[in-house]
Design a protein around this ligand. Structure first.
Ligand SMILES: *Cc1c(COP(=O)(O)O)cnc(C)c1O
Length: 382
């Protein structure tokens, strides 16, 4: 049997419909800079505008809110480094993606106070700690603080209470950015209803292409140009737009909007099936993150195993230990540590990422192979 791909939280396979939408734009006849004043340029520009419409519609925003980027890493960086007034504070949760946490040293270098807001044992932001940090940020009196809290965590799948977070932030005059990369394929998310000012998304986490993402910016929020050159996208993110990738992201968002509810239900049922099998076979196994979390995420600790060693013996299973962005790196997951787990537990943890193409037989086969490998390795007595 071919490899079983259960790493959809790290990257998802391109949907054939997205590939079909992109193909004409890679053909030689499609040459044309979307800025050019001739029919080929106009066609490219029109296709990009249509894509903006699909991207905006997925999150209830206006097409003008969409700023194309190379992915969510760049979108997160733009949100954090491009919106703060001089001296204004930035507050992020302890379980953010490394692309958010990695901005903090640069923010401090530029004179912005930064706070990492702790989370509970399920990885949910502590509202009291957030409120205290917001009060300090507002007292600095240097312009609105920025709060960045992800919609759903990419390691343990915990969903953050965004509506409550934006309500708290608003009371203290702060803006809110959310890295919504993981939530969008299986959950509905409406920026205006949630009161979000900024939102990041990524093509390859949505069965779309790699190398493209977007930052959505609410009307009235100023985004400082990150580089001086070029005037594209109103100067908010200059550079010639890749027509095929923009069209692919649009198609991926259109599909996600049509399918999120059904995909969410089906994938959550597969995740529950996987957990039921593992729990029945491996005594002592524990689940990390809230049980009603992201449909495609199952993060478990299997006491006594070394997750990295175990996966080396299971090349037919594509899974992750800790965060995908850190594989090959022995650092324990910052998310599990923030949730109060020990480094030892983190090294005994595995993350399954299920997605649109996952089938029940794959889940059963993966569970059987993993259980056999754990038994061989001497973990979890039957
Ligand atoms: C994958 C991921 C990112 C980074 O997205 P890229 O488009 O790969 O740069 C950011 N945040 C979360 C939660 C992710 O899962």
């Amino acid at each position: 049997m071919s490899a079983i791909y259960l790493d959809h939280l790290a990257s998802t396979p391109l949907d054939p419909q997205v590939l079909d939408a992109m193909l004409p734009w890679w053909a030689p006849g499609a040459a044309g800079n979307p800025q050019a004043a001739h029919p080929a340029g106009w066609r490219a520009a029109d296709a990009i505008e249509e894509a903006r419409g699909h991207i905006a519609a997925l999150v209830g925003a206006r097409p003008g809110a969409v700023v194309f980027t190379s992915g969510a890493t760049e979108a997160n960086t733009l949100a954090l480094l491009g919106t703060l007034a001089p001296g204004a504070a930035c507050l992020v949760s302890a379980v953010e993606h490394p692309s958010v946490l990695g901005c903090l040293p640069e923010l401090r270098r530029r004179g912005h106070p930064t706070t990492i807001v702790p989370v509970d044992a399920d990885g949910r932001v502590d509202p009291n700690a957030l409120e205290r940090a917001l009060a300090v940020g507002a007292a600095a009196g240097t312009g609105p603080a920025l709060v960045s809290v992800m919609a759903a965590n990419n390691e343990v799948g915990t969903i953050q209470p965004l509506a409550g977070i934006t309500a708290l932030a608003r009371r203290h005059g702060a803006l809110v950015h959310s890295d919504a990369v993981q939530a969008l394929g299986t959950r509905a998310l409406d920026m205006p209803a949630l009161g979000l000012d900024l939102l990041s998304l990524s093509g390859h986490k949505l069965n779309g292409p790699m190398g493209i993402g977007a930052l959505l910016v609410r009307d009235g929020v100023r985004l400082a140009p990150p580089s001086a050159g070029g005037g594209q996208q109103g100067g908010r993110r200059p550079g010639t737009l890749p027509t095929a990738l923009c069209v692919g992201l649009g198609a991926a968002c259109r599909l996600a909007r049509a399918r999120a509810e059904e995909d969410g239900r089906r994938i959550a049922a597969l995740r529950d099936r996987l957990w039921a099998r593992l729990e029945a076979e491996l005594s002592g196994i524990r689940r990390n993150g809230a049980a009603n979390g992201l449909a495609g995420c199952l993060n478990v600790t299997i006491p006594g195993i070394d997750a990295a060693d175990l996966l080396l013996g299971l090349p037919e299973l594509a899974l992750a230990t800790g965060s995908a962005c850190r594989s090959g790196d022995a650092e324990p997951s910052h998310v599990l540590l923030a949730m109060g787990r020990s480094a030892e537990d983190a090294h005994a943890s595995l993350r399954f990422g299920l997605g649109r193409t996952t089938r029940a037989e794959e889940v059963d086969e993966a569970a059987a192979r993993l259980v056999a490998a754990v038994r061989t390795a001497g973990g979890c007595p039957p």
